[in-house]
Ligand binder design. Structure first.
Ligand code: CTP
Length: 300
């Protein structure tokens, strides 16, 4: 590697690679310590390679000491830590509300909505892939998380979501409310299944707590982003929500756009800032929407 020899597949791959190369040395202890090998490792570093440390323990020769290749899980941790410390959201706490809420009518029925949670989960994955510690407070969903930096807090109702947000909001740097929170709940849910013969035909509803408005009222240094789902007077309505809920930005998605909104894998969003500037994006995957939202947040 030091001399640019290319007489085997590994060296051919190394010499042709345009990406960063990490080296996990493995050698018997005295060979590893030999000045010629140490000099070569230093030289490899000057080429931009990253040299991992060696492990200490039993060696192939039967001797004990420095020279073991790091265990595969240690190599993975090394890579994660290396990239994490160079990411734009490293060390930041991001809170995301996601999915629908279910407001119980009786033990078997609820009032819900069509939100799949896909947008919130995409936001969580993008935040984590940029190094953030993510708290994902989600209503019922079939979505799964993939990054260990995401801590998931499943909730059922709007009031459950409000309590979970209250617990975590003070410590977060960025909060994004993508949940489709029910605006009303049943005043007194029945303890037993409501029977047909009881002939009950109406439900008394009372307003739920507005989770995002709570975050706006209690905002200190957080960067707060809301969502607005509108069917008419979209831009005006979104701008009103931005001001009324004391947000830093709001993401508008319109149900009238084909391929946008609930359940689909795509969305068409506009990102509106406090100064009323609007950045419109084309129809794109929810993952790309999430990437664009974070790009906007990070450039603020
Ligand atoms: N939101 C919330 N808690 C609620 C209602 C809404 O946190 N009880 C949040 C949503 O997550 C979203 C934003 O407020 O980020 C706007 O939600 P939306 O349903 O578009 O508007 P509402 O405020 O509910 O107003 P309306 O239903 O009259 O449009």
């Amino acid at each position: 590697m030091v001399n640019g020899r290319c007489n085997n597949l590994l060296l051919a791959v190394y010499l042709s690679a345009k990406c960063k190369t990490f080296i996990a040395p493995s050698m018997d202890l005295d060979m590893y310590d030999h000045p010629s090998n140490q000099k070569n490792l230093k030289k490899l570093k000057t080429y931009g390679n990253i040299i991992m440390p060696v492990g200490k323990g039993q060696l192939a020769s039967g001797l004990y000491g420095n020279g073991r290749m790091l265990e595969p899980n240690q190599i993975i941790s090394f890579l994660i830590n290396h990239y994490k410390s160079n990411l734009p959201l490293t060390g930041k706490n991001v809170l995301i509300t996601s999915g629908p809420t279910y407001e119980q009518i009786d033990p078997v029925r609820f009032i819900g909505n069509n939100s799949s949670g896909k947008m919130g989960f995409a936001l969580a994955e993008v935040a984590a892939s940029q190094g953030a510690n993510v708290i994902l407070i989600t209503g019922p969903t079939n979505e799964k998380i993939h990054n260990s930096l995401i801590k998931i807090h499943p909730v059922l109702s709007a009031d459950n979501m409000y309590e979970a947000v209250k617990k975590h909001y003070a410590d977060c740097d960025i909060a994004i409310a993508s949940a489709a929170v029910s605006d009303f709940r049943v005043k007194s849910p029945a303890k037993k299944k409501i029977k047909k013969f009881e002939g009950k035909r109406s439900l008394e509803l009372v307003p739920t707590k507005d989770v995002l408005a709570y975050m706006g009222r209690n905002k200190k240094n957080q960067f707060l982003v809301g969502f607005a789902l509108e069917t008419d007077n979209e831009l005006e309505n979104a701008k009103i929500k931005l001001k009324e809920k004391n947000l830093n930005a709001i993401v508008l998605n319109s149900l009238s756009d084909k391929g946008a909104g609930f359940s689909s894998n795509t969305n068409k969003i506009s990102y509106i800032k406090m100064n009323d500037s609007v950045k419109k994006f084309p129809l794109q995957s929810k993952l790309d929407c999430a990437k664009n939202i974070f790009e906007q947040i990070l450039s603020s």
